[in-house]
Design a protein. Structure first.
Length: 231
């Protein structure tokens, strides 16, 4: 649970009453991304208030009238989805900065320069978005934000999202220790085991992650992994 000093208030006015919950600011962004969130991990207090600042609570009758239940988790989700969120300017600044970094990281990992087939460095994307005066919106989904960022980037730098296919060959004894690295970077489209016990696979990865995948596998296998970009 988040510390009370860091919590934000989500508020909903309904059925002639006010309902409030105290929660971790991170929950808002996750919910806006459409992700399943266990609100019990994000509520500062697992309770519903009529005025969180004063600590007053609505009656059970009012909760049932407005939400059909008194369960604080169910009520909290409805308040977040339909109500408004109050955050301090400092909290908003921190949340927007964290979102900006996630957007840049995603684009850097998934997009390439179509002329060179190489990813753009994080800093280059960051500087281009600053030049374009891109500002993330706290309540837009990540998909919407990334689309907007890419529209602003295209006139400034050659960039597009691409997928690459990578052929990987590992010693059989290295496969288990490399499995997580492969799943982190991409999706196995085809695989087989050689007569010598080696594992071979064709992996689809975001073009910007081909170098990272090769480095991860080389490190895990002390340089014995064979990694070849096919397209």
């Amino acid at each position: 649970m988040v510390n009370l000093d860091d919590a934000i208030i989500a508020r909903l006015d309904s059925h002639g009453a006010t309902f409030e919950v105290l929660l971790d600011p991170a929950a808002i962004d996750l919910i806006k991304q459409g992700k399943e969130v266990d609100l019990s991990e994000f509520l500062a207090v697992e309770d519903v208030f009529s005025n969180a600042g004063k600590g007053t609570r609505p009656t059970e009758e009012k909760l049932k009238e407005a939400f059909g239940t008194t369960d604080p988790i169910t009520v909290a989700k409805r308040i977040i989805e339909k109500g408004e969120v109050q955050i301090t300017s400092e909290q908003k600044k921190e949340m927007l900065e964290a979102k900006r970094r996630r957007i840049i990281t995603y684009i850097s990992a998934n997009a390439v320069n179509p002329q060179t087939k190489l990813p753009h460095p994080y800093q280059r994307i960051e500087l281009a978005l600053e030049e374009a005066k891109f500002r993330p919106n706290l309540f837009k989904s990540m998909d919407q934000e990334i689309d907007e960022a890419m529209k602003l980037l295209r006139p400034l730098i050659p960039i597009r999202f691409e997928k690459s296919k990578v052929a990987v060959k590992l010693h059989g004894t290295d496969y288990s220790r490399c499995y997580e690295e492969i799943m982190h970077c991409g999706k196995v489209e085809r695989e087989e085991w050689g007569s010598d016990g080696s594992w071979m696979g064709i992996i689809e990865v975001p073009a910007g992650l081909t170098v990272e995948l090769a480095e991860r596998l080389k490190n895990k296998t002390k340089g014995t992994a064979s990694v070849k970009v096919l397209n």
